[in-house]
Design a protein around this ligand. Structure first.
Ligand SMILES: Cc1ncc(COP(=O)(O)O)c(C=O)c1O
Length: 451
């Protein structure tokens, strides 16, 4: 029996779905790929179109009236992003870029790695973070991985960082929430890593779509996000939000239009613009940036704590249902990777459907059946090889042997056969527009594999 508060919450989200996301029910679609992308609400489209219909916006690098209108919109959006992160311009800055990947790459290419410094990455990271290691190695820095435990949580990370700090500082990068397992890594690690002399890049791309995040309380040097993950629209805009002192320590290896006060061909020299301007290459997506405010308005209407509770409730229900599914012979139908309950985890649930002998079946038949039933589930490794390898028990010697033996004939199918693992799982990821019926339909798809 639901409490009064729970009934109020369900009613609120039902009304919201009807008002903002009615296209889901019109098309009988259960969208459970929130870690892939958020969904935009209708109010966002209305607000953006009204702004475009009324406004005259020009290239912000000119100085016409329409250019100034664009600049005003961009600067208001910058302040709104900072407010979302509970800080302001006195301590922090926002660089608008194309997406999370571009934000991470800005740090990777500009960070002062050296043979005396470390690049420490959680084994659980999106490939867009893993790529930092290439810049670090190129500069001669040591690259190390924070290992994971059986629940795919960081294992003894503090001790690991303490030991590494004896060899010098450097950059530590981890996600606030895993896009693979949904694990929420301890945010107090940011403070501890900084106290040991490290800079911290916290990838909040999978965390902030359903959780409040305060840079005042969790003083990461750099955080990275994509706005389409936060509220579905627009695509093509992300941000690097940085402490001003940390941003000032970066050294950009190039310049471009928009980033320089002056670049001389005759003298072969240039002077970068101050602060975020040095990091925003070319003409910003000024019309897209103009759409951010309406996304933040929708999130503000919902309230981040109500949203977190909603996602946790549905995630808990989904996990409970998956755990109870059994084959006729009593063996579990599902193998869940990562935490089995909602403690310190977000709304991404990754699993394999298993046959009656307990062996995982490939993810693609599950993905295909879900698609036919109008349920969006994602299959694969989710660009997170470290968490996936830990989940599947794939270690370096086994992977290396299969890489070597397959050589140029490498395909994912052959690799799966060689390593004798599923090499890929199914992920349901839950967000703002979801309801209990979406969860029921996803469970039905999984249950249909019962033998
Ligand atoms: C945690 C995390 N980091 C980084 C990314 C990369 O985001 P984008 O593709 O928007 O650059 C993703 C995307 O799924 C993600 O979930």
């Amino acid at each position: 029996m639901l409490s009064v508060a729970e009934v109020e919450t369900v009613t609120f989200f039902d009304e919201l779905r009807h008002r903002e996301f009615s296209r889901l029910d019109k098309q009988h679609h259960a969208y459970l790929d929130y870690a892939g992308s958020g969904l935009y609400g209708e109010s966002q489209l209305r607000a953006h179109h009204a702004l475009l219909r009324e406004g005259i916006f020009g290239n912000p690098h000119s100085d016409t009236g329409p250019s100034r209108a664009s600049t005003e919109v961009i600067e208001a959006a910058r302040r709104r992003v900072l407010r979302f992160f509970d800080v302001d311009e006195s301590t922090h800055d926002v660089c608008f870029v194309a997406n999370t990947t571009a934000a991470i790459k800005l740090v990777a290419e500009s960070y002062p790695f050296s043979p005396e410094s470390n690049c420490i990455l959680a084994a659980d990271n999106h490939n867009s973070v893993n790529g930092i290691r290439e810049y670090a190695r190129h500069a001669g820095a040591r690259v190390r991985y924070l290992p994971l435990d059986d629940e795919l949580r960081l294992f003894d990370a503090e001790l690991f960082l303490c030991e590494e700090s004896l060899r010098g500082g450097g950059l530590v990068a981890f996600p606030a929430q895993s896009n693979m397992s949904g694990v929420q890594h301890p945010l107090n690690l940011v403070m501890k890593a900084r106290a040991l002399g490290f800079d911290v890049l916290l990838d909040v791309a999978a965390f902030v779509p359903s959780h409040a995040f305060s840079l005042r309380q969790c003083p990461a040097d750099f955080v990275t996000l994509s706005f389409y993950k936060l509220f579905g629209y627009p695509t093509g805009i992300g941000a690097l939000v940085a402490r001003r002192d940390a941003l000032a320590r970066l050294r950009r290896p190039w310049f471009a239009g928009g980033t320089v006060l002056y670049a001389s061909v005759a003298a072969d020299a240039h002077r970068l613009r101050p602060r975020h301007e040095a990091f925003e290459d070319g003409t910003p997506n000024f019309l897209g940036i103009a759409a951010l405010d309406a996304g933040f308005e929708l999130l503000a209407e919902v309230g981040m704590s109500r949203l977190s509770a909603h996602v946790a409730q549905l995630t808990g229900d989904f996990l409970d249902e998956l755990r109870t599914l059994r084959h006729g012979n009593g063996s579990p139908l599902v193998r869940i990777y990562g935490p089995r309950d909602t403690t310190a985890r977000g709304g991404a649930v990754t699993f394999n459907v298993c046959d009656r002998d307990g062996a995982p079946i490939p993810y693609s038949p599950v993905e295909t059946r879900a698609r036919r039933e109008g349920v969006s589930l994602r299959g694969g490794c989710f660009c997170n090889p470290g968490a996936s390898e830990a989940a599947f028990g794939l270690d370096a010697p086994r992977i290396g042997a299969c890489f070597d033996s397959l050589g140029e004939d490498f395909t994912l199918e052959r690799f799966a056969e060689c390593t004798n693992t599923a090499v890929g799982a199914v992920r349901a990821s839950i967000g703002l527009a979801n309801n209990a019926d979406d969860i029921r339909r996803a469970v039905e798809v999984v249950a249909s594999f019962r033998e």
